[in-house]
Design a protein around this ligand. Sequence first.
Ligand code: GRF
Length: 204
Amino acid sequence: LKLGVLISGRGSNLQALIDACAAPDFPAEIALVLSNKADAFGLERAAQAGLPTAVVSHRDHPGDKPGFEAAMDAALRGAGVELVCLAGFMRILSEGFVESWRDKLINIHPSLLPSFKGLDTHARALATGVRFHGCTVHFVRPEMDDGPIVAQAAVPVLPSDDAHALGDRVLESEHALYPHAVRLIAEGRARVDGDVVRIESGAT
Ligand code: GRF
């Protein structure tokens, strides 16, 4: 399965996907790394791995989200991308873009959805006093951080945690979860059925 990975920054989840794709039995490959920021560190990771990269900056399309998204769409389709993976991509995508990639667009979010949609999830988890936190990979729907859940990983919240320590624990779980979720989809073992994803038995 050909992946397009959309980033805006650090790209540690991109790195986890790069590393997973390096395994000979992994059923996906990265066809394009696309960033909306020219200085995203993830672009260096992609170049280091010899992967094709593109920068489509929203600043080149001021006040023109359709134009920005059309440029991204052209880059993705031109690279033959079959599944778009948002990995720290910090622009909200329009309903038109999301629907045109329906069930072919996934995101990783640093909380156990549907809890803690949006930003600052780790601080909010601590403020709420939950004992478990984690991350979610889900198919994208037009509403932010909404959509059928492919996979989740939970981590404990420890009494000594601050948002940074908790965030580090969650991030480590993200790096295992994202490749796992991509594998499920690439192997046809995760099928969207209405509002949920059915996982073929045998998968975890
Ligand atoms: C991750 O925490 C991810 O869940 C969220 O943004 C962060 C991206 O980190 N959507 P990185 O760029 O993959 O290191």
